[in-house]
Design a protein around this ligand. Structure first.
Ligand SMILES: Nc1ncnc2c1ncn2[C@@H]1O[C@H](COP(=O)(O)OP(=O)(O)OP(=O)(O)O)[C@@H](O)[C@H]1O
Ligand SMILES: [Mg+2]
Length: 230
């Protein structure tokens, strides 16, 4: 569904990603792992179009999006919940959701109802300003915003970072359900236990390069573990 082929990217003259290739398949969770600063967020920002690729190719459902603007990629089916959630603090929860749905222009109003069924805790909070939400609630809102764009690929950057275990379990449950509905999930995750529960495929990045890729079971490999160890 999502093909990232030999992508190079960075900031100004500082190159961060070197020939990174990652694929996310329909119905599967592909977990990108690696230590702090190795380029995980840079990769997702390049996929979402917030950062241009210096070279390489990004394709969604066979269509080339490498040079597409971010809003075009949302419309094409890339739903992104960035690291630290990135919700609009002055807007209410309902307004955050409405902005995302309208920007995507591809999902009907039922998409909001479906997303709220996945995150029922947000329902009583619809009129609350997003800036007043707890970290766990804000992360759920960020994922909801990505879901109401009716994505073909759901791209999540550390959705469990700094979140209490019971909410992590809920978020994991939603990610699994979304994948089981046929969405491709590209998930950046630093925690081994979460990856071991959720991932179908893993890619480990070190210093801007994919240094390991394979099915979840390959994480048992000592070398893969060493590359992730914090
Ligand atoms: N806007 C920017 N301008 C310049 N350099 C940046 C910028 N954003 C990130 N970098 C650098 O790019 C490298 C990769 O950063 P990135 O945020 O992709 O890492 P990460 O793997 O997501 O780390 P973390 O686990 O801490 O989220 C780092 O060296 C970082 O300092
Ligand atoms: Mg990051």
């Amino acid at each position: 569904m999502l093909e990232v082929e030999e992508v190079c990217a960075g900031y100004g003259r500082s190159q961060v990603l070197f020939d990174v290739s990652v694929h996310a398949e329909r119905g599967a969770v592909t977990c990108v792992m690696g230590r702090n600063g190795v380029g995980k967020t840079t990769l997702l920002n390049t996929v979402a179009g917030l950062l241009p690729a210096m070279s390489g190719r990004i394709a969604l459902d066979g269509g080339d999006v490498t040079r597409s603007r971010p809003h075009r990629r949302v419309r094409a089916g890339i739903g992104y919940a960035p690291q630290g959630h990135g919700t609009f603090a002055p807007l209410s929860v309902a307004e955050n959701i409405a902005v995302a749905r309208e920007a995507a222009g591809r999902a009907g109003p039922e998409a909001v109802e479906e997303a709220l069924e996945l995150f029922p805790r947000l329902r009583p909070l619809l009129d609350r300003r997003a800036g007043l939400l707890s970290g766990g609630q804000a992360q759920q809102l960020a994922i909801t915003r990505a879901l109401v764009t009716d994505p073909k690929v759901l791209v999540l950057d550390e959705p469990t970072e700094g979140i209490q275990p019971s909410i992590v379990a809920e978020i994991e449950g939603v990610i699994r359900k979304v994948a089981d509905r046929g969405v491709a999930v590209l998930l950046v995750e630093q925690y081994m236990d979460v990856a071991l529960r959720l991932a179908d495929e893993v890619a480990v990045i070190d210093a801007g390069r994919v240094v390991h890729a394979g099915p979840r079971a390959s994480l048992e490999d000592g070398e893969a573990r060493r590359l992730i160890a914090i």
